[in-house]
Design a binder for this molecule. Structure first.
Ligand code: IMP
Length: 421
């Protein structure tokens, strides 16, 4: 399951809906920059790191090797869930996942400040610096916690590098590796140890036993480090290929790739956004859709649905289907718009330009449809949708070339339509 836009598509909702068929739900990239909100039995849960599957007794929630894990955040989340009656003892964390430690967050904030007006608008959770350490072979892994000598040695090595950056470039105090090791080991080792596992092995055991595994993406296609609007991206691969490396499964095991798309588009942080709205329609999307980050509280930038991007997302992820969220947010609009092409320097293009300067200059060409002006929040069957809403979904299907299999019309579990039955 992958996000097809710039994140916040409402992926958590579909994990919830698919959960009953699954025995394992695996996060494969990102870290606590994500924010998944789930409403289960009227209770709202906001999760950052623990896979949404944790809320179901029959599911083994897994944090795969591709995730970057802040152990303090993970333990706080486990503690929050336990206090709310959710048993997290089944949770497994890959020993190969890399740790986010406090100096990563400090470096993330310092880099953003250093960039000034060119800042990326990161979540300041230390995601970029932790993945940079992984690529530089300076990272500290979850399994290192299990060997005190190795853990201390690796922290000393990585901090001998980062302390030079902190003191000489950013004029900050150095971090004492031994004091940090003492803190992490004393607070995190005991509670985390029972969860640490070879998660690729667990996933393959489940697959060999004929069970269903959901690979749950965080962030989204256009925040992908390789395929997104670089540098305004996250530091991992949310696209479907990232699910293979981030979980340890080959592509032959993946038989369904569900792309989640909002009925309009939002983006947090900087970067190009061809269908962005700066008018009253944009404000209405933000107000009605409550488009403020679950994680950072930032106002999301709103825009109309962009089929040019979606067509590209279908290809990049080999999507088999689309699930559309928040259709109800459009309930009161007289007219709804879908961007079907861009105009760049007077030339029409139906493809996302590979040159990003062109994306910055792209002017959306819209197809406009009459709105349905009806409350969809109680719709549970296709026949409950007005013909205008069907027309909107059909236009999306026709534009992007894959079927819309599911639609959600509100945060609750029952606010959902299966269009395939
Ligand atoms: P980072 O992932 O914190 O490094 O932030 C890089 C970019 O990705 C910024 O534009 C963030 O706003 C964006 N981003 C990261 N995580 C999410 C998410 O879960 N939803 C939406 N945007 C995100």
């Amino acid at each position: 399951m992958v996000g097809t836009q710039w994140g916040d598509e409402g992926k958590g909702k579909f994990t919830d809906l698919l959960a009953k068929e699954m025995s394992m739900v695996v996060r494969y990239q990102g870290g606590h920059n994500a924010g998944h909100t789930l409403v289960v039995d009227g209770e709202t849960f906001a999760l950052q790191l623990v896979p949404s599957g944790a809320l179901y007794d029959h599911i083994v929630p897994v944090i795969g090797n591709g995730v970057v894990v802040d152990p303090f955040v993970l333990l706080a989340e486990i503690d929050m869930l336990s206090r709310r009656g959710i048993d997290c003892s089944r949770l497994r964390v890959s020993g190969n996942a890399h740790l986010i430690l406090p100096y990563h967050q400090q470096l993330d904030a310092l880099h953003e400040r250093h960039l000034g007006k060119s800042k990326l608008g990161t979540t300041k959770r230390g995601i970029g610096p932790a993945y940079a350490d992984k690529a530089m072979r300076l990272g500290v892994r979850v399994q290192d916690l299990l060997d005190e000598m190795i853990f201390r040695e690796k922290l000393r090595a990585t901090l001998s590098h980062h302390n030079k950056v902190l003191t000489k470039i950013f004029n900050r105090l150095p971090v004492d590796p031994d004091a940090l090791a003492d803190k992490v080991l004393s607070e995190c080792l005991e509670p985390l140890a029972p969860h640490i596992a070879d998660t690729a092995d667990l996933i393959h055991d489940a697959l060999e036993a004929g069970q269903h595994v959901l690979l749950e993406g965080a962030q989204a296609t256009f925040l992908d480090l390789d395929h997104g609007t670089y540098p305004f991206v996250t530091s991992s691969n949310p696209t479907a290929g990232g699910a293979c490396t981030g979980a340890g499964v080959g592509p032959r095991h993946i038989d369904r790739v569900i792309g989640i798309a909002k009925a309009y588009v939002t983006r947090v942080g900087a970067g190009p956004f061809p269908t962005e709205l700066f008018d009253a329609d944009g404000d209405r999307l933000v107000d009605i859709g409550r488009e403020f980050g679950t994680n950072t509280g930032r106002r999301r930038r709103p825009g109309w649905f962009d089929a040019v991007m979606l067509r590209h997302a279908v290809r990049l992820n080999s999507l088999t289907e689309l699930a559309i969220t928040k259709l109800d947010v459009l309930d009161t609009f007289d007219t709804v718009k879908v961007c079907v092409a861009y105009e760049i320097d007077g030339v029409r293009t139906e493809k996302l330009p590979y040159h990003q300067s062109d994306v910055h200059r792209a002017v959306p060409i819209y197809e406009e449809l009459p709105g349905w002006r009806a409350d969809l929040t109680a719709a549970t069957e296709p026949r409950h949708l007005p013909s205008e809403a069907h027309a909107y979904l059909e236009l999306i299907e026709q534009q992007v070339g894959v079927p819309v299999s599911m639609v959600s019309t509100g945060p609750g579990r029952s606010q959902f339509l299966n269009l395939t039955s």
